[in-house]
Design a binder for this molecule. Structure first.
Ligand code: ARG
Length: 502
């Protein structure tokens, strides 16, 4: 009994008008009726009037026929607002909803509608002209529909300062959930809007944050980032663009015989100049003459750091007494590509024993970074111990012992000597610690000498040069059966890296 009453009430008040195109519906005062379209179709409201009765109808309380008594435009606007572009729409004929143009008369809501093709899923249908626009343009703060209906009924949620408002206005989410890789807004706007790009561990993120590129394309000479940041000098020097020179050395040439080249001792002029662009000159202040004079070599590790021999600072370890010059070829003449820097820090590797030549390594920091270019380029730190067959070269401005001019940077190839063998040589007997290694020729003739200290012994491995040793000491220079002794840089790599981070 109960159920029956409820059911019949439902039928009486919400008649479903389905799938009828161009259909006119008349809804009696106080009644509700749903107008409806098939799936994928949408309501287009042609006309809507309230209070105007042109046709006879069967409304119970429509006892008094009224002729036209005023404009009912407001009904059309209202119905359009309520129903247009929806699939179905419930209408309530009431003077609480529509303005009664003829007060006191009985009024009927008359609606003529069509069903038109709806927009597909990801489109929003403009209410006025029923155009389809991308859903993402709904509630984006810009009018995209002619009638601005894409901005109507947008939830205007107010978000707190620690919250992010979804672009579609549906809700606020904690700011911590924005760009966290999880979709919190149904439109995914929390993961799309200005999220910083995340790059994988083996990728480099361009400084503009717009692109990830593989690490091996960083500092390779080709610009991959739109802002050029993958090739910017500041990144490349830290990034390990090391040990590759733009000006390639020529070692085998008539004036530079492999075994008889003169200094260093038995070497030859570096040619072309600047082909060892990590070679740094250290000049020491002479208190009497107040001039800075050549004292040692060093090797550039980054724009602000160079490695040298600790014993170079026996005369002074006051940074103010030193100057470091990059881009140097001539020993005592300033040149266009020179970059002279003050030294602001000297850190000697802690040497607890009394043999100053054991652990003969120190790192210096410049007052301001060097500009990395073809003339000034860092060398790579070694990735393994030196080996007998390595292809190595030593360079320096040291004593040539009358084997040529002293005014230019000299170099010579320099084979690594097995440490056991070296420790067996009479004059070096058991003096070679794990922090050293020997390099030289059995017959002598080519060697580093006084003034070469701290300079690089560099070895080529897979097209890059590694700082395998630093000129450290020797018994005499270039004597047969007396190789030179070098600081074994590989033993100090982690210490060096730590120093460069401070
Ligand atoms: N101790 C020297 C210097 O301060 C370097 C000597 C290198 N000697 C040699 N035979 N490799 O410049």
């Amino acid at each position: 009994m109960h159920i029956f009453i409820v059911f019949s009430l439902f039928i009486a008040f919400t008649t479903l008008v389905e799938n009828i195109e161009g259909k006119r519906v008349a809804i009696c005062q106080g009644d509700r009726q749903t107008i409806s379209c098939k799936k994928n179709r949408r309501l287009q409201i042609m006309t809507a009037t309230y209070g105007l009765r042109r046709t006879r109808n069967k409304c119970r309380n429509a006892n008094r026929a009224v002729s036209w008594c005023g404009k009912t435009n407001n009904a059309k606007t209202k119905v359009i607002q309520l129903c247009q572009s929806k699939q179905d729409c419930e209408l309530f004929s009431s003077n609480r909803v529509f303005r009664d143009p003829c007060p006191g008369t009985s009024v009927i809501l008359t609606v003529v509608f069509r069903c038109v093709r709806g927009c597909n899923k990801n489109k929003f249908q403009c209410v006025g002209n029923l155009k389809c626009i991308p859903k993402s343009k709904r509630c984006d703060g810009k009018k995209d529909c002619k009638d601005g209906s894409d901005e109507d009924n947008c939830t205007t949620v107010q978000c707190k300062s620690n919250e992010f408002k979804c672009k579609n206005g549906e809700k606020c989410i904690p700011i911590t959930k924005k760009c966290d890789g999880y979709k919190d807004c149904s439109d995914n706007s929390d993961e799309l809007a200005n999220c910083p790009l995340k790059c994988r561990a083996n990728q480099f993120k361009c400084n503009d944050g717009k692109k990830c590129i593989p690490n091996n394309r960083k500092c390779n000479g080709n610009t991959d980032c739109a802002d050029g940041s993958d090739e910017a000098s500041a990144i490349c020097k830290i990034a390990g663009a090391c040990g590759v020179q733009q000006i390639k050395p020529k070692l085998e040439r008539p004036d530079c015989p492999k075994l008889e080249a003169l200094r260093i001792v038995g070497g030859c002029d570096v040619r072309p100049p600047h082909s060892w662009p990590w070679t740094i000159q250290l000049r020491l202040n002479d208190a009497d003459t107040k001039t800075f004079n050549h004292e040692c070599g060093a090797a550039l590790l980054s724009e602000s750091f160079a490695l040298t021999a600790s014993h170079c600072f026996l005369s002074s370890d006051n940074p103010k007494d030193w100057k470091a010059i990059g881009g140097r070829h001539l020993k005592d003449t300033n040149e266009a590509n020179n970059q002279a820097r003050d030294v602001i820090k000297i850190v000697k590797f802690p040497n607890d024993g009394d043999n100053i030549l054991d652990k003969d390594v120190a790192i210096i920091k410049f007052d301001k970074p060097m500009t990395i270019n073809a003339y000034v380029t860092p060398i790579c730190l070694p990735v393994r111990e030196p080996a007998v067959n390595d292809e190595c070269v030593v360079a320096g401005w040291g004593d040539v012992q009358e084997t040529g001019n002293e005014d230019k940077l000299k170099n010579t190839v320099m084979p690594i000597v097995d440490t056991n063998k070296c420790n067996g040589t009479e004059d070096l007997k058991d003096q070679i610690t794990p922090y050293m290694f020997c390099a030289g020729f059995q017959q002598g003739k080519n060697d580093a000498c006084q003034g070469d200290s701290g300079g690089p012994l560099m070895c080529k491995y897979r097209n890059s040069w590694y700082l395998q040793g630093l000129v450290s000491w020797g018994v005499d220079c270039a004597q047969p059966m007396l190789p030179g002794v070098y600081a074994n840089v590989f033993k100090f790599v982690s210490w060096i890296r730590n120093q460069m981070e401070l």
